[in-house]
Write a protein that binds this ligand. Structure first.
Ligand code: UDP
Length: 409
């Protein structure tokens, strides 16, 4: 009989782009390490498993993320113990049996969570299933997809393994009751285009239609185009032209999904060479072809820039969850944070005009990069999964061999 594939259930939700991206990175790592051996099912936990009344989380997230005050309020709500307990109670009340039925039908050999809000509920459901059926449930691992700071709901001591990308989060896991031997610090799971060394910068620049030998700033807008990148692009272009002349520097602007902004920027003239893009699918090439990154403090973008050795200028952050990212970048010396377009542009111009300074920051960025994180996480997860599979199989055989006890009347 053919041996079945190892079944992995990945719990994520499209609240921001990072969770799906991490899920995909891990899936690619499993395919690379164990081709054809895994069967991976990735599911939007809130939309498709927990359902009503939490099925609209992805849309609600996107609404709140654009409103800092509301965002901070909700972030604190879920952090403060009593209100957090209330939320968990509601999750459990409405979703416990739906999640249990889903887990039963999925028959997974292992569950991976890449979302902070699903862990307490899922682990409670698994504990309930163990009590109910008297047999082991699949192992559960959490892969934290935040970088320098994280919401406490990520951490639950009952998870078999918790993967964190940085020291501050390792600390936080410990503070939130995760045992040290269940924590692995391996970096953020990053997609496969960042795993290998990039091609030469000249080759990439030719292909991407860029000027060849001028320092280049890559300005990346948020997934939704939030963050006022129009004004920042303008300030950087003007300042670079002032500092190194109209042909001494170059600017690439990736506007993300904001089409209107892209049109506006295309319609105007610029004091230096500017390349304008909408959403790009080859970010690893753009990063490899540029010298400086300018972006809001998204965890994925920062980890990618580190892998590509780019000095980072952070221009903004989501209150709460991205503040720690700013700290991590500035304290590691791999970048600076500036809020106003003028200060952002001044920093960009300083780095454009001083290759030595830029090189030093780039070196520190490179030392923070973890290109093999996805592969290393997948390897650890696989090992745990295989061990538990053998244990569960042994348990099943024992049960089959145990003679049925006849109770005398
Ligand atoms: N990204 C991309 N193309 C674009 C703009 C962004 O591939 O045109 C990617 C970026 O490289 C990063 C992700 O989108 O991997 C954004 O994730 P991050 O964690 O930085 O921020 P989030 O939007 O998830 O908060």
């Amino acid at each position: 009989e053919e041996k079945g594939r190892f079944r992995i259930l990945v719990l994520m939700s499209d609240t921001g782009g990072g969770h799906r991206a991490s899920a995909q990175a891990l899936e690619a790592a499993f395919q690379k390490l164990y081709p054809g051996a895994t069967d991976i099912c990735t599911v939007d936990f809130w939309k498709s498993v927990a359902g009503f009344p939490f099925h609209n989380f992805p849309q609600q997230y996107s609404y709140c993320a654009k409103r800092p005050f509301l965002w901070r309020f909700l972030y604190m709500w879920a952090k403060f113990r009593p209100t957090r307990a209330l939320t968990e109670f509601a999750f459990s009340l409405f979703c416990h049996s739906k999640v249990r039925r889903y887990f039963e039908a999925a028959e997974a050999d292992l569950i991976i969570s890449v979302h902070p809000l699903v862990n307490t509920l899922s682990l409670s459901v698994l504990a309930y299933m163990r009590d109910l059926y008297g047999r082991p449930t699949p192992p559960y691992v959490t892969v934290v997809t935040d970088l320098g700071g994280a919401h406490p709901t990520w951490f639950d001591g009952r998870a078999d393994l918790t993967f964190v990308p940085s020291e501050p989060l390792q600390e936080m896991a410990l503070e939130n009751g995760v045992q040290e031997d269940r924590i692995r610090m391996l970096g953020l799971p990053i997609r496969s285009s960042f795993w290998e060394e990039s091609r030469s910068i000249d080759e990439l620049r030719k292909e991407l239609g860029m000027a060849l030998h001028v320092p280049t700033v890559l300005l990346v807008g948020g997934g939704d185009g939030v963050g006022g990148i129009g004004a920042i692009a303008d300030a950087i272009a003007v300042k670079i032209a002032e500092e190194v002349g109209t042909s001494g520097g170059q600017l690439v602007v990736v506007c993300g999904k904001n089409k209107k902004l892209l049109e506006q920027m295309r319609a105007r003239s610029w004091p230096v060479a500017v390349i304008l893009k909408g959403f790009v699918n080859n970010m690893s090439e753009w990063m490899a072809a540029c010298d400086i990154l300018c972006s809001k403090a998204g965890p994925g973008t920062i980890a990618e820039a580190w892998i590509r050795g780019l000095p980072i200028i952070l221009t903004g952050f989501l209150p709460g969850q991205e503040e720690g990212n700013v700290q991590l970048v500035t304290e590691s010396g791999s970048g600076e944070f500036h809020a106003s377009p003028a200060a952002i542009a001044a920093c960009a111009a300083r780095w454009v005009s001083d290759p030595e300074l830029r090189g030093a920051v780039a070196g520190r960025a490179t030392s923070m990069g973890r290109p093999s994180s996805s592969i290393e996480i997948a390897r650890d997860v696989w090992q745990l999964g295989q061990t538990r599979l053998r244990e569960r199989e042994a348990f099943r055989l024992r049960m089959l061999q145990t003679p049925v006890q006849h109770v005398p009347n």
